[in-house]
Design a protein around this ligand. Sequence first.
Ligand code: SAH
Length: 353
Amino acid sequence: MQQGNPSFYQYTLEELRELFNSHELPPTGPALLFNWHYKKRMKVPCVTDLAKISRTFVAENLDFTLPEVDVVHESQDKTVKFLFKLRDGLKVESVLIPFNGKYSICISSQVGCAMKCSFCFTGTQGLKRNLATEEIIGQFIGAQRWLTENRPDDDRILNIVFMGQGEPLHNFDAVKKACEIFLNRNGLCLAPHKITVSTAGYIPGLERWKAEMPDVNIAVSLHSVIKEKRDKLIPINQRYPIEEVSKFAESIPEGRMRFVTYEYLLIKNFNDSPEDAHATGKFLAGTKAFVSLIPFNPFPGTEYERPEMSTVESFKTILDTYKIPVTIRKTKGDEILAACGQLNTKEDRSLRS
Ligand code: SAH
């Protein structure tokens, strides 16, 4: 394995096949490598059936280095937050969220974020850079290895959500490739409805999604249908208004999308009133929408507060009258700043000390 060579984890199976083909290597190699690295999780000593010539090629030309696990925080509810150190020293976070003895993983697509949403801790960091495909895949593999080592009895990660740091559709190519690798039958073989990519509503990314994205779920961060409020929460609403985002998301054809979830962050005395709920109900009634209500997770220095649970319930009751399927997202991992919107690589230093 050579550092400085292209990373094995940046290749989709198809690309690896092209690489093998261009070097006239046996065509069975790529699927064997995918199987061993992703499905078998390298538990057996090596890819025994890989031809010697391919094994030499791989050893001399590909790099298998993954982001380093720098810090791990475990919360009482079994949520685990990872801080990964990337090759250039920058850091990025991922979170394992437990459910029924299994896990969902929330992964990051960028270091920081350019969106500057006023309620999001990551946004206060600004954008440092996009993650490469192998750095996205590496978060999954790193978390998986940690689980297998530390919680061998319940080490299954069954869902992937791109809801960590960054705007996934700002880093379309790497996110798309990572989804293709996650879905590949020779690889992790995740079912399409197990992957969700969340966006603040970046229409150029949705345009590409319509033409190129594999079949995964889309989540749109809604948070308000009232222009002045959404403009304040998600500044790109001024450029790409939610009406257009929503139309676009709903028009993505089957085969490129499973279903649309609208995430609605509830902030005390800002977007949590019965009027807000009715406006949201009217906006979404008759669409294919699912709504996920997220009580705001506070972070150091924020002007916003989390509403009472009774307010969240009342909001849901109003949406129910519009026949919109609604769930309330349970907050997990907030004592280690691992809940939605609490990821901020800088702040982690103080958390550690
Ligand atoms: N950029 C993408 C994905 C990252 S945010 C997007 O905007 O969708 C993932 C989810 O966490 C979004 O729904 C976002 O609105 C939510 N979120 C961000 N900050 C939050 C906070 N402080 N409390 C609760 N949810 C938050």
